[in-house]
Write a protein that binds this ligand. Structure first.
Ligand code: HEC
Length: 289
């Protein structure tokens, strides 16, 4: 009897101390967790860089057109989740509903404003005066990344959501315009994706059985590394992510940077090729379950 009573008293004492410590200071609580491993905090490594690359922000997209520009202008996705420092890809659709060719110019801003400093675009229609032919629709890619230094800035350390807003105006310098038709007018093309799959993936992947790599017929929406009997790398076994179109895009651009420890020895450099491949994989018929 006695030892058990002592144990209970001991527990109550520890609880009391923990409660005091936590209410006293969140920092102390964190220290406590780090020391004891409670709350999973021991997964933090001593190196700042790994904390930075694992940090994820959600980027939301917002679009509008100024009066006088009869274009329909919309984001193709509401948001993307990106790791700091990682290249991301988003698409926007623009359609000229007027009866004549028009030149537009997009302005953009990022909120919260203090994040603007860290938001880096690599490719954007907003760099140019853009001509859209009468009745034409295009899908425009934007590639960007969020500078990992955002994590070190006390002002932005806590930001988890960023909104990127674009407004298209009628251009004041139509003479400088380049044609938006340089972007594929058709959007993602599953047929071209099928051809790309045959040329670039089929040496290692089939749809319904493992070859060098795991089968991919049902990969979109599947968890990473879960095909029974396939000898995945430790990286893919540990990842526990869902193969969304967005994750596939990052994976195909750079497998090892997307899932550390993964062992797929190939990359698809071209963003439009990745988009078509993903459109093909996403459109494959599902076996009934
Ligand atoms: C040279 C061989 C090779 C080529 C070519 C290749 N892959 Fe892979 N792929 C692999 C291997 C090996 C794995 C398993 C990696 C691991 O376990 O880390 C893999 C894994 C994958 C996965 C993860 C699947 C899962 O079950 O989690 C996807 C998705 C994928 N590949 C897509 C593609 C696509 C799309 C292409 C064509 C653009 C392609 N791969 C081309 C070898 C290849």
């Amino acid at each position: 009897m006695r030892p058990r009573v002592l144990t209970v008293i001991g527990f109550v004492a520890v609880l009391a101390v923990m409660t005091t410590v936590t209410s006293y200071s969140v920092t102390l609580y964190r220290l406590f967790c780090q020391a004891t491993g409670a709350n999973g905090t021991t997964q933090r490594s001593a190196q700042a860089s790994s904390a930075q690359t694992s940090r994820v922000v959600t980027v939301f997209f917002d679009t509008s057109t100024a009066p006088g520009l009869p274009w329909v202008f919309e984001p193709a996705q509401r948001s993307v989740r990106v790791h700091l420092g990682e290249d991301a890809l988003a698409f926007f659709t623009a359609a000229n509903r007027s009866g004549h060719d028009m030149v537009g110019h997009a302005t953009f801003n990022v909120t919260p404003e203090k994040v603007g400093l860290y938001f880096r675009k690599i490719q954007c229609f907003c760099f140019n005066e853009e001509r859209l032919a009468a009745g034409q629709t295009v899908q425009m890619p934007v590639t960007f990344f969020v500078d990992p230094r955002m994590a070190d800035d006390p002002d932005t350390r806590d930001v988890n959501e960023i909104t990127l807003s674009y407004t298209f105006f009628e251009s004041r310098r139509p003479g400088d315009a380049i044609d938006l038709a340089r972007f594929s007018a058709s959007g993602p093309d599953a047929k071209s994706g099928a051809a790309l799959f045959a040329a670039r993936c089929a040496a290692c992947h089939a749809l319904d059985h493992a070859v060098v790599g795991p089968p991919l017929g049902t990969v979109v929406g599947r968890e990473t590394g879960v095909v029974a009997g396939y000898p995945y790398s430790a990286g893919l076994q540990r990842a526990h992510l869902i193969w969304t179109p967005e994750l596939l895009d990052r994976w195909l651009a750079n497998p090892q940077a997307t899932i550390p420890g993964a062992q797929m020895p190939m990359r698809v450099e071209n963003a439009a090729d990745r988009r078509d491949l993903i459109a093909y994989l996403a459109a494959l018929p599902r076996p009934r379950s």
